[in-house]
Design a protein around this ligand. Sequence first.
Ligand code: AMP
Length: 197
Amino acid sequence: MHNIIVFGPPGSGKGTQSQNIVDKYALSHFSSGDMLRSEIAKGSSCGKKVERLMAGGNLVPDDIVLKMALKYAVNRKAGNGVVFDGFPRTLLQAELLDKHLARKKLDIALVLAINITEEEIYERIMGRSSHSGRPDDTPEIIEHRIQVYLDITYPVIEYYKQQNKLAWVSGMAPVDTVFGRICSVIETCFPALAGNG
Ligand code: AMP
């Protein structure tokens, strides 16, 4: 089992790179943002609870995301592993994910943190805003999402650094170049995966 977490500020390409990892190494993909957006699209009671928070660039309550994520992690127990994209984003989420995996004799093997500059965040998100259909892709909300990332999610990166699981990857390059960097980190960590793709 190769459970991997991908961190990155908004616009860092974490969704695209998570999908690339999933495709190349035959892992499964848990994107908390996609799952929440699909709840909103379905008009479910969960979707109704989170819609306004997400549109404002705020995190949704831990209990809602944890319920979705832990259920996903258990269901994929027998697979090759999960790429967690956008989860965990708070220390409580990280601690409960660790506890939950430990109960199943599983763990997080690697944490990738994609780094890009603030200018690049604005440029990329403004570039995608016309076609993303996301209400949180506006300059004011991006500014708030960056602040939430720095204030709340950044300490989670530190939590995994203390566990010696963290690898930084520069996201300041075309998608394929960044993916090449990610693959070399993954294959250094898990030499058995080096034959894939
Ligand atoms: P993303 O697609 O990862 O950029 O997430 C979009 C939005 O979904 C975030 O700005 C939050 O409102 C919400 N969200 C996604 N993942 C989480 C999480 N792990 N904890 C809390 N809120 C989340």
